[in-house]
Design a protein around this ligand. Structure first.
Ligand code: CIZ
Ligand code: SF4
Length: 354
């Protein structure tokens, strides 16, 4: 639906009044009505770095979800204030690993005698607390673009990896990209005593995968891949590594959102693509490349927006911007100093990956 013209005018006016003082970041999975006002778009890591590269921007309005705003706060200077237009924009995956659960897991590993040999590797899609845990225990953060390099680094530091919080990215990277076997991986379930694992299982495992997943990407199924191949002969199936292992195995190409955008950009006219990632992005890409004769469809027939991403809409953005014009910083996301210190340590290890 087209955006309310009154809200569009108000957003434009507020941005103009704020000028260079405000920098609006738009994650790839945001609604069109929000992306229209983004100064830059990207994945969570790129956006956090973009914000850090604009120290003159006093206000960073992050159109994305909570953990992304935290990461932006960690990577930007103290003078920059990060605003999340709706505090209810969380991430179900990030919420699947809490500080308490992860501390308990580390105790379980310690009792099994494997903690000393274990290096945590945490996906960008995690809370600041989990990033800080990772930094404290000598681990690194990774994105879906550098997960393999992060794991290779981690296996130089220790014999085992505790991968948080997305089991699928961890498994897909270890098995598909690095040639480990499914038997090398065990799943730690934070809702079961001792993670549902025996000390023997923990000692035998190479990859300890946290039992978390993305509620959007985790919904694509092997059936959706088979169906689309039947429906569209010659289709190229391209999916995000947060999809289940069986989906990734059946796909033709696997990669991060930035990879997906580049692949479609480079695709020849007349080619056909089924994309397994968030629907706002897939729709935008389908529209953008339609003129070039590229047929781009959503991998699944069931609608698959990220509901928390979609909480950020034009009314919330206008409210955040107009509050800033009035001198009021609403919904500020601020990570405490100690958490920031250790989370930054883990992020810096990622930046130093070979
Ligand atoms: O699944 C997501 O939310 C992704 C890929 C986030 C990001 O940009 O890191
Ligand atoms: Fe979280 Fe998945 Fe939504 Fe990304 S798409 S914010 S991982 S729930």
């Amino acid at each position: 639906a087209p955006s309310d013209p009154d809200l569009v005018a108000r957003a434009r006016a507020a941005k103009e009044k704020l000028g260079d003082k405000v920098f609006v970041l738009g994650h790839h999975y945001q609604r069109d009505e929000v992306i229209e006002f983004a100064d830059v778009t990207g994945d969570s890591f790129k956006l956090a770095r973009d914000a850090a590269a604009r120290p003159d921007a006093e206000y960073i309005v992050f159109c994305g979800v909570h953990f992304m705003a935290e990461s932006a706060d960690i990577l930007t200077g103290d003078a920059q204030q990060v605003v999340l237009p709706d505090l209810a924009a969380g991430c179900s995956m990030a919420d699947m690993a809490t500080a308490e659960q992860v501390a308990e897991c580390w105790e379980v590993l310690t009792e099994a005698g494997v903690a000393d040999a274990t290096v945590p590797v945490s996906y960008m899609n995690s809370s600041a607390d989990i990033k800080a845990f990772t930094g404290r225990h000598g681990g690194t953060i990774c994105t879906s673009s550098n997960a393999q390099r992060a794991l290779e680094w981690a296996f130089q530091q220790g014999q085992k990896v505790l991968f948080l919080p997305d089991q699928h990215l961890g498994r897909n990277t270890a098995v598909r990209d690095m040639g480990m076997s499914l038997e090398d991986c065990v799943v730690y379930n934070p809702h079961k005593p001792n993670g549902g694992l025996t000390p023997e299982q923990l000692r035998a495992a190479t990859m300890i995968l946290w039992r978390g997943h993305c509620s959007v990407h985790g919904r694509f199924s092997l059936d959706s891949v088979n169906d689309v191949r039947e429906r569209i002969p010659g289709v190229n199936v391209l999916v995000h590594p947060e999809c289940k292992h069986e989906v990734v195995t059946a796909a033709d190409y696997v990669g991060s959102t930035e990879y997906i955008i580049k692949a479609l950009d480079a695709a020849p006219a007349g080619s056909k693509w089924a994309i397994g990632t968030e629907l706002n992005l897939v729709r935008r890409l389908a529209n953008r490349f339609a003129d070039q004769g590229k047929e781009i469809v959503f991998l699944d027939k069931t609608v698959c927006f990220c509901s928390t991403m979609n909480r950020i809409d034009l009314p919330h953005l206008v409210w955040a911007l107009e509050s800033l014009v009035a001198g009021k910083v609403v919904n500020r996301i601020q990570v405490d100093e100690e958490t920031e210190h250790f989370a930054k340590l883990a992020l810096e290890r990622m930046l130093m990956l070979p």
